[in-house]
Design a protein around this ligand. Structure first.
Ligand code: HEM
Length: 383
């Protein structure tokens, strides 16, 4: 058997192949990509929790972005610990609450602009602009620069995900822009995240300018397309499950639990790789030092051993310890923000358009190596 776990995420239904892998080839060597694929929940979890053996190291996230500035996602302890520790205090509950209000305001504006009777692309109208607005708000990017910023970010993110032409220009534009933001906040600190990072409390770690810029670029890269895809996948799943949709429209307080299930069933980041720092054995299979191990979150999240009726959407599933946000030291830093975006966007959308209909024969799935989602979701909001 030869297959490419990364290309699989671009096809409509990769799950039969994932089932086959999980059942019959739980540690599969893909010669074409020289990659060891683990797909069982227990194994993926074990790899994630052993960061000493399975390192993130430079090169596991193949983008120009990462090569230029230091980013925690491609670093290992102790440097990862320093970077993550330094930014952690800036995600305060107060900032999160303010962002939630912002998310609601932007969602309402975006939904108000939709003509309910006409066909609308939900990616362009909602799932793309919302996460970019949230990250630029977090970074304190001025409203007048947002369009330019999001155009460049979009180009870079698509290129990074293997879904667009190289985006050298965009990368440099964003870095130059962030450097200007830094220079400004250095002199005139405000209430934003960048100012807070540049002016830590006496007992907190101070990052270099390069580290702050790298972190801001990482937020942009890790926090936008992932959320766009999470939201798009959720809208499609709810379109395919009208009973669940109706139930959630009537009882929006169920959304917090339901979004975990939506992320489990269609994980926006279907898999990620680590590099072994020593010879290691998984289920009796010997993996040499320096090998790439690919963790298939999307397969682990449908493992019957961890989730009874794993292929079924159960909006009340609890507990639901899915791995869509990873686990261990690299557990998604923006998970609570992403959850808030999904919850609020779905709540507002279902309140306004509970019967939206997606034109499923014309949607376009992302042709991406690293992401599962849609680039075009035609929809009639009030059919
Ligand atoms: C549904 C949306 C999202 C999904 C599915 C997602 C998924 C992930 C995953 C799987 C990782 C782990 C990487 C690893 O183990 O190597 C990660 C890390 C990360 N995410 Fe997210 N993410 C989402 C939204 C966000 C948002 C909104 C932000 C920003 C506010 C964000 C910021 C980050 C950062 C900074 C890291 C790196 C953490 C580290 O290396 O310690 N993510 N995310």
């Amino acid at each position: 058997m030869e297959f490419d776990p990364q290309e699989l995420s671009a096809i409509d239904d990769p799950y039969p192949v994932f089932d086959e892998l999980r059942k019959n080839h739980p540690v599969f060597y893909g010669a074409e990509r020289d990659l060891w694929v683990v797909s069982r929940y227990e194994d993926v979890r074990a790899v994630l929790l052993d960061a000493e053996t399975f390192a993130s190291g430079m090169g596991t996230v193949p983008t120009g972005f990462v090569a230029i500035k230091p980013m925690m996602i491609s670093r290992d302890p102790p440097y990862h610990t320093k970077l993550r520790g330094a930014v952690h205090p800036t995600f305060t509950p107060r900032r999160m609450r303010a962002l939630e209000e912002f998310i609601r305001k932007v969602t309402r504006e975006l939904l108000a602009a939709i003509d309910p009777e006409a066909e609308t692309d939900l990616v362009g109208a909602l799932t793309d602009p919302l996460p970019v607005a949230v990250i630029t708000e977090l970074l304190g990017v001025g409203i007048e620069d947002r369009v330019k910023f999001s155009e460049n970010a979009g180009a870079v993110i698509h290129a990074a995900a293997g879904d667009g032409p190289s985006a050298e220009e965009g990368i440099h534009w964003i870095y130059a822009y962030l450097e200007r933001v830094l220079a400004l906040r250095e002199k005139q600190p405000g209430d934003d995240l960048v100012s807070r990072l540049l002016h830590p409390e006496p007992d907190e770690t101070r990052l270099t300018a390069d580290e702050v810029v790298g972190f801001c670029a990482l937020l942009l890269m890790a926090g936008t397309e992932t959320t766009t895809n999470g939201l798009g996948n959720a809208l499609v799943l709810l379109h395919e499950h009208p009973d669940v949709r109706r139930q959630l429209a009537q009882r929006p307080e169920g959304l917090s639990v339901a979004i975990e299930e939506l992320l489990r069933l269609e994980s926006p980041v279907p898999g990620l790789s680590r590099v072994t720092t020593r010879d290691v054995e998984i289920r009796g299979v010997k993996i040499p030092k320096g090998a790439r191990v690919h963790m298939l979150f999307a397969a682990a999240n449908r493992d019957e051993g961890a989730f009874p009726n794993a292929d079924t959407l159960d909006p009340d599933r609890s507990p639901n310890a899915h791995l869509a946000f990873s686990l261990g030291i690299h557990f998604c830093l923006g998970a609570s923000l992403a959850r808030a975006e999904l919850r609020i966007a779905l709540e507002e959308l279902l309140a306004r358009f509970p019967d939206y209909r997606i034109v499923s024969d014309r949607w376009v799935r992302l042709r991406s190596d690293a992401a599962r989602g849609f680039s075009f979701l035609p929809c009639v909001a009030r059919p």
